[in-house]
Design a protein around this ligand. Structure first.
Ligand code: C2E
Ligand code: CA
Ligand code: CA
Ligand code: CA
Length: 278
């Protein structure tokens, strides 16, 4: 394969050419979108013991021609081309700004906001400083900010990862392990991380009533998290039966379409006013 390297450009592959052009275009569009305010945060309520505890902030991109582009289409590309660093910073800042605004409103003051963090954002470019800057410049309370990390990114450089987490924990920032069960964390390692929360991946919740393996995994995660003193949150809860099953097995915190999909800020606030906070 090495020997072919220099000569590969000689083959003209129109399909590949088109795919590359589309990526380059999307990348340029993302940069432009960031500069012109096409990105926004949606908020999905997280329910704890029947009350809304907070929101997970989920990024939305309203492309001028293509309409909403789902995160699954642009986040991986942003991660590859490095734009995730700026995008991630924008998300952190916007989420902290929202947190600060809610803190000033009596009925919204108790809410937490969870932000998804990408691997490059966490490992490159002064992540701790980025978070502290977002908090300081908005006046948001660090104790209401949650950062959602995934297993894979934590294994990249364990000592450095723990050091960053410990530093931010010192300011009160909380950490969630997202998509738990899909990676391969060792339990010994899990114990060392200063976490608040494990999130059961929606892949296990989906068939929790019909697939005994998924049910066993979900119950194991609840038992594990609980015994480590962590909050265990189920993602992707769509039915009352799923919620009931999870509650019966000790999981009292969940997110999902059963209550609401990610919502624009005003609709999220209206829902909180209807429902009450934790
Ligand atoms: P995630 O962090 O696991 O987020 C949960 C995804 O599940 C969201 O998809 C959410 O809309 C969806 N979801 C919530 N409840 C339900 C449900 O009941 N049923 C089903 N089928 N789906 C549900 P979304 O918003 O499309 O985001 C996809 C992924 O993109 C996220 O997965 C996260 O990995 C990434 N992402 C989103 N926003 C950001 C961001 O600001 N920064 C980074 N780095 N990644 C982000
Ligand atoms: Ca998440
Ligand atoms: Ca997740
Ligand atoms: Ca399954």
């Amino acid at each position: 394969a090495k020997a072919a390297g220099r000569n590969t450009l000689r083959f003209y592959d129109p399909q590949m050419q088109a795919a590359v052009a589309a990526r380059v275009q999307l990348e340029a569009d993302m940069r432009a979108g960031l500069a012109t305010g096409q990105f926004e945060l949606y908020y999905q309520p997280k329910v704890a013991h029947g009350k809304i505890q907070g929101a997970e902030a989920l990024l939305r991109w309203r492309h001028p021609e293509r309409g909403f582009v789902p995160p699954s289409e642009f986040i991986p590309l942003a991660e590859e081309c490095g734009l995730i660093l700026q995008l991630g910073q924008w998300v952190l800042h916007a989420a902290c700004e929202q947190l600060a605004r809610w803190a000033a409103e009596e009925r919204l003051a108790g809410l937490t906001v969870a932000v998804n963090v990408s691997p490059r954002q966490f490992h490159e470019g002064g992540f701790v400083a980025q978070v502290l800057e977002a908090l300081a410049s908005t006046g948001a309370d660090a104790r209401r900010l949650r950062l959602e990390l995934t297993e894979g990114m934590l294994l990249q450089d364990v000592e450095d990862t723990i050091a960053k987490m410990v530093q931010l924990r010192g300011y009160g920032v909380g950490f969630s392990l997202d998509d738990f069960g899909t990676g391969y964390s060792s339990l010994a390692y899990l114990k060392r991380l200063p976490l608040h929360e494990l999130k059961i991946d929606q892949g296990f919740v989906r068939d929790v009533l019909t697939d005994p393996n998924d049910a066993a995994i979900a119950r194991t995660i609840v038992a594990l998290g609980t015994s480590l003193g962590l909050q265990v949150t189920a993602e992707g809860v769509e039915t009352e039966a799923q919620r009931e099953f999870l509650e019966r097995h000790g999981c009292h915190v969940w997110q999902g379409y059963l209550l609401a999909p990610p919502l624009p800020r005003e609709r999220f606030e209206a829902l909180v006013h209807e429902h009450g906070t934790a």
